[in-house]
Design a binder for this molecule. Structure first.
Ligand code: COA
Ligand code: AMP
Length: 629
């Protein structure tokens, strides 16, 4: 069975193909069929089945006699500690945590926000929600209180699970005050918060707060609660064009089936092997490949609390891979760019035995050929790029090494996975010839696991993804398919930028900047960065009559974005300009400005009234000494 025949089978007989894959999951009630038209904008997978995610990720492995197998390894250079948790221990910890939630009134369908650092308890929190059918929404720790507040108001959680602090290379981040600030800002108030006190920084607690360990110690373990196949497993907020994040909904049954399929076919790992995704549980990679997929498949998952460099050094990744016998490793290219900058010849690799490692996987942003070639050379391992999104939850295009290792074309994440019928469309929605650039769209239905909608926002779901090309899902990426069927991802078609593998909305940053009293108008564009791929650049037009020093205003704007969006935005560059380029309709020409920011040759579109503005921006960039690639 090769890739092509499996892809064809999934296309010609989606019912047969996905019902067959569904047999790898333990169902309380097997679905009678795969696709269900429930009258919503898209059909839903396995809707009449009954299933529990936590059972599949934890209990079934214990029941099968693998209770002594390691489920999680918490390797934390941040706290200089390593902890190991078996499946039997995980079952006990998760069942108790689920019991603690249930005892405080959390029930099926309730939302629970998780705002935690990279500790096993974050994964346990996710699994405990799944156990009782509660819908979790994990918020990345690098977001500011106001971003957390927006998510609280949208998800309306009954509970929040939080750590007292996170540990970054230069500082301990007090999470609890951020949570308190968010709760003060939010209109919705959860019933209670469960706080995991960490020794590095314990936090004050209030009347709404319970201590995590005490709550678990007193709790009766809770059993797994079966939910419908299309029950929302979780909500994960992601950046879109506007400042309001989109709550991507993950359906339970499709999620289980797709992730289980991916472990064998995309990642080529067997139950019992060690899988490591160096990401964060706050991102989709962390959801799918730190928490769910490795556990559903019965692997050992490494929960890493650290950084690729500076904790303690650029040899950390090699050390972790060697120490735990990692068989498949997954991270974003930016991590290896950071390592390479510190250790160009990978001298730190010496002494670390990588013999268990079969494949390195990259995703989250464009994998630049330079990084792939360097990584393949220094490790001697296959480096596999794959392309996916928060919305899909698993690979759209990849090189399915477990199914069939296809020839690698550096710069392309390879070919569509079964269930994804990728088409390149022009502005009119017509398919273009191979090798021609266009919008990347996926013919509906999307495969199992992909979003059936946005949380409480059906109209936005339709507008964002389904309206532009009727019958297709619009990915928001532009690119092409070559004559061999390989997909090439070139750019976003919307206002999303990718900073160190993190997806950010330029619109959200603009909204923050616009709140500064001296800013009359602003635009944010992505600027090339050697390590992070892109970083945001703020272009500001000041209010008439403002004559304060520009550096002062710039510093305030940097602080403002950090306060409103969070450190994750990596917002450091501000540049004051006289005017911003506009189309005649008044829309800011973002793509043009981005090209200026990257120092590329700028072809002035006929729609710009005054090309002198571009020169002005160029000079302003030179004045603040921004790097131009
Ligand atoms: N809690 C609080 N703050 C956080 C945080 C968290 N969980 N994660 C990041 N931050 C902060 C950082 O401390 C940094 O703050 P600073 O401005 O005070 O330095 C800021 O947010 C930006 O973080 P980041 O973009 O991660 O930059 P970095 O310089 O700390 O590290 C990399 C850069 C490339 C090493 C890092 O982003 C990385 O390892 N990325 C690859 C893995 C990954 O996360 N992939 C995601 C998708 S697969
Ligand atoms: P996120 O939803 O945060 O995972 O971000 C998804 C976006 O990241 C995609 O729409 C792409 O723009 C980009 N992306 C992810 N993986 C790749 C890849 N392998 N190659 C190019 N871009 C990628």
């Amino acid at each position: 069975m090769g890739w092509k025949s499996e892809w064809e089978r999934a296309r010609s007989d989606p019912e047969g193909f996905w019902m067959e894959q569904a047999t790898a999951i333990d169902w309380v009630r097997m679905p009678t069929k795969a696709l269900h038209d429930l009258g919503g904008p898209v059909p839903e997978w396995f809707a009449d089945g009954a299933v529990n995610t936590c059972w599949n990720a934890v209990d079934r492995h214990v029941a099968a006699g693998h209770g002594d197998r390691l489920a999680l390894i918490h390797d934390s250079p941040a706290t200089e500690s390593v902890a190991r948790i078996t499946y039997a221990e995980l079952q006990d910890r998760v069942a108790r945590l689920a019991g603690a939630l249930r005892a405080r009134g959390v029930t099926t369908g309730d939302r629970v926000i998780i705002y935690m650092p990279m500790v096993p308890e974050a994964v346990e929190g996710m699994l405990a929600c799944a156990r009782i059918g509660a819908i979790h929404s994990v918020v990345f720790g690098g977001f500011a209180a106001s971003e957390l507040a927006v998510r609280i108001d949208d998800a309306k959680p009954v509970a929040v699970l939080a750590g007292s602090c996170g540990i970054e290379p230069t500082r301990v981040v007090a999470y609890k005050p951020l949570l308190d600030d968010a709760l003060a800002k939010a209109a919705h108030k959860p019933d209670f918060c469960l706080i995991l006190q960490r020794d590095e920084l314990r936090s004050e607690t209030g009347p709404r707060d319970f201590d995590w360990h005490e709550a678990i110690a007193q709790a009766e373990p809770a059993d797994c609660v079966p939910v419908a196949g299309n029950h929302p497993a979780y909500i994960l907020y992601t950046s879109g064009t506007t400042g309001a994040p989109k709550g991507v909904v993950r359906p339970t049954g499709g999620h289980l089936v797709a992730l289980e399929w991916s472990m064998t076919n995309v990642y080529d790992v067997a139950p019992g092997e060690v899988f490591w995704a160096a990401s964060d549980v706050g991102w989709v990679v962390g959801h799918s490949y730190i928490c769910y997929a490795p556990l559903i498949h019965g692997c050992t998952s490494v929960v890493f609390e650290g950084k690729p460099v500076g904790m303690p050094d650029a040899g950390t990744f090699w050390r972790v891979i060697a120490d735990h016998g990692v068989a498949a490793f997954f991270t974003a290219p930016t991590a290896f760019r950071a390592i390479r900058r510190e250790d160009p010849e990978a001298g730190m690799l010496e002494g670390h035995d990588l013999s268990a490692l079969r494949t390195i996987f990259l995703a989250g942003e464009r994998a630049d050929p330079d990084t792939i070639e360097w990584l393949a050379r220094v490790t001697g391992k296959p480096v596999i790029d794959h392309w996916w999104q928060t919305e899909t939850g698993w690979t759209i295009a990849g090189n399915p090494v477990g199914l069939e290792a296809l020839p690698v074309k550096i710069g392309s994440p390879s070919v569509p996975m079964p269930g994804y019928d990728i088409r390149i469309l022009d502005e009119g929605g017509h398919e273009v010839a191979p090798g021609t650039l266009g919008a990347i769209a996926i013919r509906l239905p999307l495969p199992p696991g992909c979003l059936p909608g946005l949380w409480n926002a059906e109209a936005r779901f339709v507008k964002s993804y389904l309206a532009t090309f009727p019958g297709f899902y619009e990915t928001g990426d532009a690119g092409m398919i070559d004559a061999d069927g390989y997909v090439w991802i070139m750019a976003r078609t919307d206002d999303v930028i990718n900073v160190a593998g993190h997806r950010l909305s330029t619109g959200a940053i603009e909204e923050a900047l616009a709140a500064h009293p001296d800013v009359a108008e602003c635009a944010v564009v992505g600027m090339a960065d050697a390590v992070k791929g892109q970083v945001p650049l703020g272009l500001l037009c000041l209010t008439r009559g403002v004559d304060r020093p520009q550096e002062e205003i710039a510093a305030e704007c940097v602080a403002l974005v950090r306060e409103r969006i969070g450190p994750v935005a990596s917002f450091r560059h501000v540049c004051v300009v006289e005017r911003l380029p506009k189309t005649r309709s008044g829309k800011t020409l973002r793509a043009t400005m981005a090209r200026v920011a990257e120092g590329a040759e700028v072809r002035v579109p006929a729609t710009i009234d005054d090309p002198a503005i571009l020169d002005e921006i160029r000079q302003a960039l030179a004045r603040i000494g921004l790097p131009r690639s």
